[in-house]
Design a protein around this ligand. Structure first.
Ligand code: CA
Ligand code: CA
Ligand code: CA
Ligand code: CA
Length: 561
């Protein structure tokens, strides 16, 4: 039985471990806490114009189909600079005046949620297309269920239903985003009003809710953001940042009204939500006039860019790499969808795989549809390509015969950089390492000798760009020592190896995972022989982070792919 680590692991952290900024020295928080005019954005946005919410939302969310709309890229895209948010999205004419006369190039749009406060007569797909074409960066903000410990008449999270509610809110947010023409890879921010006065149950409910929100957005190809104030909402996210199983938001929008336009903050460790994953709301509500147009706004400072894309491992096509394995008891191959932190949503690639003694993922080998699977048939030595569809595989194609003379058949990405995915393998009789340049299907052209002496290694892993030079690299475990070595790739034979680990003979199935967490660096998975746990290994640029357990019960599951 394979179990996947989930939110249950999160509960080990004591409430006293949380980082909590000192309120007495936090002028922005004091201001927002004590002054009615300083109510944080969510309060103001949710309470203003409450009577108009339903009608306004209905009007605003009417889909506006039409082929004339300009293409909209993922929002907010790449931007460092000033932004603003207004309770109601300004009209096109107002936006034009501010585009011409104000320093702002980003605008927060309240695009959905039961707690959204203002009518949105302007906010349509046409508006979105027009504003992005005019050069505006949009920050989609969803104001849904609020923390259970918040004193509000608005709907709140039910701690017993927090995960289900987080998923449901994410589904609604995606529907609203689609109506507005906001494409996948856009960041959908959740506006969680700060919940001072809460307790551990409240924090737990918010984290469970947000974890489910983020995971569900990832399932659907959208990215997650979190907005709150520093006092509690952001402090809880900071405390949970590295908690195993917690699917943290990809981007952070934090409120500290100290008029300092920066995304740095002493309450947020520098390595968190970095690089370019932050927005600060640094100015509270006030009127500004540009080009003769006055709007009541909050001031924001953005430093954002899209997440790096994984180059490998996204079988399901939602932007996040996945993990596959064979269950020998059934002969089935399964693929668990990754969301950057955990695994969920298993799909099955059929049965009958016990006749194969090699099963690997091959990237998008045939350059059609999604990622593909390659397998070697034990009885014949034939190599087969199973084109992936994102949901499964379609009819197989024979790539060649005689493959039982090699071992460690390994995907290496596009090693020779001709646009096609390639394979590596070791000739069992000689220990020679060969590159098999892919052509997308059919027989491989002449293989290329890359090196000798490779019978001294018993695990090969390739395709990740560990030294960030644009060439896929090779990782190998030395049989006699259990050391892990990195062989930097280049045109021709790999460069001189460097040792990047020891003790790896306690593991098996060291498999490339692509960039699982989309931090721009390759990741790897392996099964611990003694426990059957599957671990993720994050490459940090010069070494590995502490392994992260992704699942248990993998003792009998082999191979991973
Ligand atoms: Ca995926
Ligand atoms: Ca190639
Ligand atoms: Ca490289
Ligand atoms: Ca990574």
């Amino acid at each position: 039985m394979v179990r996947i680590s989930g939110p249950a692991q999160r509960e080990g952290r004591a409430a006293s471990d949380r980082r909590r900024p000192t309120q007495g020295t936090d002028r922005g928080i004091v201001k927002s806490t004590l002054s009615p005019a300083g109510l944080r954005r969510a309060t103001r946005r949710t309470l203003a114009g409450a009577a108009a919410t339903v009608l306004g939302a209905g009007l605003a969310l009417t889909a506006v189909p039409g082929p004339a709309l300009a293409a909209v890229g993922p929002q907010p895209g790449t931007y460092t600079g000033l932004g603003f948010d207004a309770c109601t999205a300004p009209t096109g004419a107002q936006m034009q005046a501010w585009r011409e006369h104000s320093p702002y190039r980003a605008v927060v749009i309240y695009f959905g949620g039961v707690s959204r406060g203002c009518a949105q007569p302007a906010l349509t797909a046409e508006w979105v297309a027009a504003q992005t074409a005019a050069g505006w960066h949009l920050v989609p903000m969803y104001v849904g269920l609020q923390a259970p410990c918040l004193a509000t008449s608005r709907p709140r999270i039910d701690p017993a239903q927090a995960a289900a509610q987080g998923r449901a809110e994410a589904d609604d947010a995606v529907a609203r985003a689609v109506e507005l023409g906001l494409p996948r890879e856009s960041v959908l921010f959740y506006d969680m009003e700060d919940y001072d006065g809460g307790d551990a149950t409240c924090t737990s409910a918010v984290l469970t809710f947000m974890s489910a929100w983020t995971a569900r957005l990832h399932d659907q190809g959208y990215l997650s953001g979190f907005y709150s104030s520093m006092a509690r909402g952001v402090a809880d996210q900071v405390a949970a940042y590295d908690t195993p199983g917690y699917v943290r938001p990809d981007y952070l929008d934090f409120a500290r009204w100290d008029d300092v336009a920066t995304v740095s903050d002493p309450g947020i460790p520098a390595g968190y939500w970095a690089p370019k994953r932050r927005i600060k709301q640094h100015v509270g509500p006030h009127d500004e006039t540009w080009g003769g147009v006055t709007i009541n706004i909050d001031g924001d400072y953005l430093d954002v860019a899209p997440l790096p894309a994984t180059r490998f491992g996204d079988f399901t096509g939602n932007g996040w790499s996945d993990l596959g394995y064979r269950d020998p008891a059934t002969g089935q191959v399964h693929v668990y969808g990754g969301n950057g932190t955990t695994l969920s949503g298993r799909i099955t690639l059929g049965a009958g795989w016990n006749g194969m003694d090699v099963i690997i993922r091959a990237g998008n080998f045939d350059r059609a549809g999604g990622e593909d699977v390659i397998a070697r048939e034990k009885a014949t030595g034939y190599l087969w390509l199973y084109p992936g569809t994102g949901l499964g595989i379609s009819g197989r194609i024979k790539l060649g015969a005689g493959w039982n003379s090699v071992r460690e058949i390994t995907p290496i990405g596009d090693y020779d950089r001709d646009g096609y995915q390639d394979l590596l393998a070791v000739q069992s009789s000689t220990g020679a390492l060969y590159l098999y340049p892919g052509t997308g299907g059919g027989a491989f052209p002449t293989r290329v000798l890359l090196g000798s002496g490779w019978n001294s290694v018993d695990e090969l892993n390739a395709g990740g760009d560990f030294n960030n030079d644009g060439y896929p690299d090779v990782v190998a475990r030395e049989k006699s020592t259990g050391y892990l070595f990195l062989y930097p790739g280049r045109a021709g034979a790999p460069n001189t190896r460097t040792q990047i680990g020891s003790g790896w003979n306690t593991m098996r199935d060291l498999v490339q995972l692509g960039d699982f967490d989309r931090d721009g660096r390759p990741d790897m998975v392996a099964v611990q022989k003694s426990s059957g746990y599957v671990y993720q290994y994050r490459w940090l640029g010069a070494g590995w982070a502490s392994p992260i357990r992704l699942g248990t019960g993998f003792g009998a599951m082999t191979p991973l792919l």
